[in-house]
Design a protein around this ligand. Structure first.
Ligand code: SF4
Length: 420
């Protein structure tokens, strides 16, 4: 068993930087998976009707269950009307918390309409905090200006960091919202390895927000958590660089980084990961028959593009034409970048028309892109995969490796069926 490490620097890779028109969802989208993860949190978007529509159509409105997100709609008003807006916000919060006593963590989520930008939500959170015993009120921005949809999670988790108490003990912190089932699988593996204390950010309940200190070593479960990582480092925690846990190799490398940091014996590590790793490899072999040699083009969207391209090329033999990413965090992605095929085109940012021209010229077997681009490309006879599906589905770890490969194989199967 080999554990891949960065063999060449990301600086050596050719990177195309584009700063043109972009086609991405905004950071409010993160609420869709975050509200399921933190079970006693509520996400109150302070926004416009557009924001409310986005959330309702993206998350689906639960008619019988009370959702744990909502929108306080702030209509157009001038600066003189801001006092009223603050009063209205206080009233909405008061009514909400009176009606929903199970809420222990309330996020005021900013958005991008100009009337909302004028409101100081940080101040509002401070003002409201303390008025409701047992409820923590924080704020972050999910604005669509200069963000991409996964950054909403980054902003949310970064807002939690100052609330973490000082914790001197040695511990492993897994950072990034994972489905509970995946989190439990990783917890079992860490326990088998002998890492006694493992915490997660975000926690499942507000009261379980972990502590932090110089004894904290953290693994990022998602590549889009730059601000959160910076905030954790400011509190003395140490990042464990690793490939992201996609596929057999990525998951092995990710676990290995923790094992090394906690002084776990190498033979013991190999024995613990071997069964899961073998299962993942078997599941991948099945899909590799269909995917090997097929070409793929990533438009920049979720920020998962680099580690997924690494997984698809190194573990399934796919041919990467271009990997677009909204932002390139070189140090967090160093190991995945180093494992990409030499010379692969990486692009950061977007100029959507130019990029679409490159897609049309290359005619890849599969294009990973946002919802807004998928239909037009399908009409041109190109198979697509919605990037957002990769964030909503359980895709991390050994047990999900086959499902992750299947997400890419499915559009190709559908295309083949349509062509028969
Ligand atoms: S935050 Fe901005 S981009 Fe997002 S839904 Fe609201 S208005 Fe649209």
């Amino acid at each position: 068993m080999t554990v891949a490490t960065a063999s060449r620097t990301a600086d050596a890779l050719p990177i195309l930087r584009e700063r043109g028109q972009r086609e991405v969802f905004c950071g409010l989208t993160g609420i869709i998976w975050l509200h399921r993860k933190v079970q006693d949190a509520f996400f109150l978007v302070v926004g416009s009707r557009t924001c409310a529509h986005l959330l309702q159509s993206a998350a689906g409105v639960m008619i019988f269950a009370e959702p744990r997100f909502g929108t306080a709609i702030i209509e157009e008003r001038d600066l003189a009307g801001l006092a009223d807006a603050n009063e209205e916000l206080d009233k909405v919060v008061r009514q909400l918390l009176a009606r929903r006593p199970e809420i222990k963590l309330l996020f005021l989520v900013g958005s991008c309409p100009s009337e909302v930008i004028k409101l100081d939500l940080g101040r509002a959170a401070q003002r409201l905090n303390g008025s409701y015993p047992g409820v923590k009120i924080l704020n972050y921005s999910g604005s669509g200006i200069e963000t991409t949809f996964t950054q909403g999670e980054d902003a949310c988790l970064a807002a939690l960091v100052p609330e973490m108490h000082e914790e001197p003990a040695e511990q492993l912190l897994v950072v990034g919202a994972l489905p509970d089932v995946v989190e439990d699988q990783f917890r079992r593996l860490f326990a088998e390895l002998g890492i006694a204390r493992v915490e997660t950010l975000p926690p499942r309940r507000a009261k379980d927000l972990p502590g932090i200190g110089p004894g904290t070593r953290f693994l990022l479960a998602q590549p889009f958590l730059g601000d959160t990582a910076r905030a954790l480092e400011t509190r003395g925690a140490v990042h464990l660089p690793a490939m992201f846990p996609f596929g057999a190799e990525g998951t092995t490398a990710w676990l290995h980084a923790a094992a090394q940091a906690f002084g776990i014996d190498e033979m013991h590590f190999r024995a613990v990961v071997a069964p899961g790793r073998e299962r993942a490899k078997r599941a991948l072999a099945h899909h590799a028959e269909r995917l090997a040699g097929k070409s793929i083009f990533f438009m920049p969207d979720s920020q998962l593009e680099i580690p997924l391209a690494r997984f698809l090329s190194a573990e399934l033999g796919m041919k990467i034409i271009e990997v677009g990413t909204p932002y390139l965090h070189r140090s967090h992605l160093a190991d995945d970048l180093a494992a990409l095929p030499a010379g692969v085109q990486i692009s950061e940012g977007q100029d959507v028309d130019k990029q679409l021209d490159r897609v049309r010229a290359a005619r890849p077997d599969l294009t990973v892109c946002g919802l807004g681009l998928a239909n037009p490309l399908e009409r041109e006879g190109l198979s697509t995969k919605w990037a957002i599906e990769l964030v909503f589905s359980p895709v991390h770890g050994f047990e999900q490796a086959g499902d992750l490969a299947e997400l890419f194989a499915r559009p190709l199967v559908r295309r083949d069926k349509l062509m028969v």
